[in-house]
Design a protein around this ligand. Structure first.
Ligand SMILES: Nc1nc2c(ncn2[C@@H]2O[C@H](COP(=O)(O)OP(=O)(O)OP(=O)(O)O)[C@@H](O)[C@H]2O)c(=O)[nH]1
Length: 402
């Protein structure tokens, strides 16, 4: 990128208080992770309740937290509608409220991101008779500040400039259409859903810093695969925090799956070893491994990952079949820094972006996918089981632009 561009973005990041622009020598990914690890999780933890131990537990009974609370519905997007005729008189029988479709829920979840991107694009285009390079420059600023990432934004703007030269952007509507198409193309380029093959067990290792929603995502995945008739086993290899294993155990009970856990502070590799043995012995279809997020440096992270993999591959030579990185979309640029670090340190094969509901930083989905060529496997749009969805780029972009 040209020096003057760097200067512009550096100034812009400063002005907007965005962290994680290591490309500009401001913060390194390691520092980002360290800061993140020292921060409290972005959502409150669950209150503990007493619960009996499960089958494969190797320790005494422990306290387990209550199931995750149901999410409160995000506020619906404000839309102007034509005034209609007065409502008919109320009917006496109770009318059953239709459950909104997932697309409607997705749209509602993305409403703040919609405002941050499309709302500002609409304002920019308001009353514009003609699209020119100045318009595209302003669009560039909107996209960067809406967490689409510098690299992705620059790439998008260059493409739009070429389309402008080809006379394809005659008006605001054409520009919006082109922007939608180009974002969709970039998401589709690296898109690949997670396919659980008939390898027995199919091993999914879940990684990410603490508080991003790893345990919740594992619970939701366990519910999904159990619902498909698969036999699931959870491995509580996050032995760093006692509450992590307890929380996972609560999910195991709720979903009706087995869990392997050790005492707090135990060696995560020992948990993985036991879980692999148990999964093979029990004919498990899907083994999901929770790992600790409190890994301060890239070296630590790599060492921990190497050790877990060494133990795992001794028992299941071609595992893990998926290394799923969980990122909290609400953390915007920090999520992007984490994607960089984990991709370098842990052979990530797919990403889950959680907490898209109520976040204005949903643009990060495009940045993670395009900048790091990582397939987004699932998105989380709430705390309940049905709020983890397989990522569909076309549906996502439709919901964002509508
Ligand atoms: N709104 C919303 N909340 C979520 C979502 N996914 C997870 N959460 C909440 O985020 C909080 C943290 O989730 P956890 O699953 O405990 O995160 P973790 O990464 O396992 O955290 P550690 O156990 O500390 O490593 C919990 O309160 C979850 O209910 C989501 O998609 N939307």
């Amino acid at each position: 990128m040209a020096e003057e561009n760097k200067g512009f973005f550096k100034g812009l990041f400063k002005k907007l208080g965005i962290v994680g622009a290591e490309e500009f020598g401001e913060t390194t990914a390691d520092q980002e992770l360290e800061q993140q690890a020292q921060q409290e999780p972005s959502a409150p933890e669950q209150p503990p309740v007493a619960a009996p131990p499960t089958q494969a537990q190797s320790t005494q009974p422990v306290a387990t937290p209550a199931p995750a609370p149901e999410p409160s519905a995000p506020s619906p997007r404000q839309v102007w509608t034509e005034p209609t005729a007065p409502a008919p008189a109320p009917v006496s029988e109770p009318v059953e409220q239709a459950k909104p479709s997932f697309f409607d829920r997705l749209k509602r979840s993305l409403s703040k991101t919609h405002e941050t991107i499309i709302g500002r694009v609409d304002t920019l285009l308001l009353g514009k008779k003609q699209i020119d390079t100045d318009t595209l420059e302003e669009l560039e600023e909107i996209l960067i500040t809406a967490d689409l990432g510098v690299k992705t934004t620059v790439d998008l703007i260059r493409t739009l400039e070429q389309r402008l030269k080809r006379d394809e952007l005659q008006d605001g509507a054409a520009l919006k259409r082109a922007l939608k198409e180009e974002i969709q193309l970039r998401l589709l380029e690296h898109h690949a859903p997670l396919v659980v093959t008939d390898k027995k067990p199919f091993v999914i290792m879940v990684i990410g810093v603490n508080g991003v929603g790893k345990t919740t995502t594992i619970g939701k995945l366990a519910a999904r695969y159990t619902g498909e008739g698969k036999k699931v086993l959870l491995a509580a290899a996050d032995t760093f925090r006692a509450a992590a294993a307890e929380q996972l155990e609560t999910w195991a009970k709720r979903v009706g799956t087995d869990i392997v856990r050790h005492k707090e502070g135990a060696d995560p590799s020992a948990v993985v070893f036991d879980a692999c043995k148990a999964a093979i012995a029990r004919g498990t279809d899907v083994l999901i491994i929770d790992t600790a997020g409190r890994m301060h440096t890239k070296v630590n992270l790599m060492e921990e990952m190497k050790k877990i993999r060494r133990v795992l591959t001794r028992e299941i030579p071609d595992g893990p079949h998926e290394t799923l990185l969980v990122l909290d979309a609400a953390t915007g640029q920090n999520a992007l820094s984490q994607a960089k670090l984990f991709k370098e340190a842990a052979d990530v094969t797919g990403v889950v972006l959680t907490k898209l509901d109520g976040s204005a930083k949903g643009g990060i989905v495009v940045a993670v996918c395009h900048e790091y060529a990582l397939p987004v496997r699932f998105i989380g749009v709430g705390e309940s089981v049905e709020d983890l969805r397989a990522f569909d780029p076309v549906q996502f972009v439709d919901a964002l632009f509508q």
